[in-house]
Design a binder for this molecule. Structure first.
Ligand code: ADP
Length: 395
């Protein structure tokens, strides 16, 4: 049995899970918040109860130290020697990393090199890696990349139709994100269908605050809706998804904002928030739409029609479809969105079952008996994937 930490470090937060492997049992989980800001807080689950403490946490090293102290103080582990591996979520692996990797100095340099592709995320991930290395230098650490699963996309799917030299000089291409989640849910779907993943054509819909749709043929990602950045693809909580790029200079002229400001609007003030003008949260929007709010209804229609369109496109590009999988906050919980996305796909064998659709957050089939295309709800579990790869590469 091995105890593995799965870490997701952000610029001011650090999420963690401690798992027993290979059983994949969660021993504890928690969150360090507001690192380097006012009111820092560490929350850890002890015997199923959340225990929070407000304490000074000026940087990530202290965050890691406090988190490890909390594990022993609450007798979740007796000593730090019990930790056998640390798996770090890293957002961007560029073209350098097509799989998870055991972290050494060279790998760390590689992650730093691709940081210009994810300037908000990779530096925070690196800080997390270094903070653990400082305190547990001899424990194997593994990097698990959000982009890695999509490195199997063929060139005609990942290149943009722009001068080729931009790809060669600057690495401009589609990278895709949420890869760990798409990989996990597609593997679970194959297990639930009791078929080898090599024989399946799957479209996975990871729809939470961020959202992406992926075409998975024979267990490999062959196309995905996010692009060079996570701004592309379907309509999201606050992100616009695909737009005509010519909108940007037009809006700059009309509003007097800079390109950075417009991109910030597209990332933080668009999507469901921008369209509804009141919330990015699907629950609020569904509630308001039900009460007759027209903007909320239009926002919902736009949200589902974009996903619907990707499903049609990806089924065509794979020349077939065995299963649609829904995951993440919206995909796991919103019966309305699942129904709106699946309705109107009967022509290609998607037979949706309204009764079976009445599930939230649990693995289930929501298609009619005998439907040529299966429809599944699979709660995602990126931490388990991180822990599995840490065991695979770290032992
Ligand atoms: P993130 O991308 O931040 O990880 P999540 O996957 O946790 O996000 O998804 C969060 C979103 O899931 C919320 O903003 C909310 O819109 C949606 N959500 C959660 N529960 C429900 C529900 N019961 N019905 C509809 N939407 C839900």
């Amino acid at each position: 049995m091995a105890k593995i930490m799965a870490i997701n470090a952000g610029s001011s937060s650090l999420k963690f899970q401690l798992l027993n492997m290979p059983d994949e049992e969660i021993i504890t989980k928690g969150l360090v918040e507001r690192i380097g800001l006012d009111g820092p807080k560490i929350t850890i689950e002890v015997n199923g109860e959340k225990v929070s403490e407000t304490t000074p946490i000026p940087d990530h090293s202290i965050a890691v130290k406090k988190l490890l102290d909390a594990l022993t103080a609450h007798q979740i582990i007796d000593s730090l020697d019990e930790i056998n591996g640390i798996g770090h979520r890293v957002v961007h692996g560029g073209e350098k990393f097509s799989d998870s990797v055991l972290i050494d100095d060279e790998v760390l340099e590689g992650i730093e090199e691709v940081s210009e592709l994810a300037p908000l995320h990779n530096p925070a991930n690196i800080v997390g890696i270094k903070a653990f290395k400082e305190i547990l230098p001899n424990v194997p650490a593994v990097a698990v990349f959000d982009t890695a699963f999509h490195q199997t996309m063929p060139k005609e799917k990942y290149l943009y139709s722009v001068p080729y030299e931009y790809y060669e000089k600057y690495g401009i291409r589609k990278y895709g994100f949420h890869g760990t989640s798409h990989k996990y849910v597609s593997q679970r779907a194959a297990e639930m269908l009791e078929k080898p993943k090599e024989d399946l054509k799957i479209i996975s819909c990871h729809i939470g605050n961020g959202a992406s749709i992926t075409a998975i043929d024979g267990g490999k990602s062959v196309d995905t809706s996010m692009g060079f950045t996570p701004l592309a693809g379907v309509t999201m909580g606050t992100r616009s998804g695909n737009i005509d790029p010519a909108l940007i200079p037009f809006l700059m002229e009309k509003t007097g904002q800079t390109a950075d400001e417009i991109i910030s609007v597209l990332n933080k003030e668009s999507g469901m928030l921008g369209l509804s003008e009141f919330s990015s949260d699907l629950r609020d929007i569904e509630e308001q739409a039900e009460e007759g709010n027209e903007k909320a209804q239009t926002a919902l229609d736009i949200y589902t029609t974009r996903i619907h369109k990707y499903i049609g496109t990806y089924a065509a590009s794979m020349n077939g479809l065995d299963a649609i999988v829904f995951t993440a906050g919206v995909g796991e919980n919103s019966t309305t969105i699942r129904e709106k996305v699946c309705k109107g796909l009967e022509f290609m064998g998607v037979q949706f079952d309204e009764k079976k659709n009445d599930v939230r957050g649990e693995e289930s089939f929501i298609n009619k008996e005998g439907s040529p295309v299966n429809i599944l709800v699979v709660p995602t579990n990126e931490e388990v994937m991180i822990a599995r790869d840490t065991v695979r590469l770290g032992q």
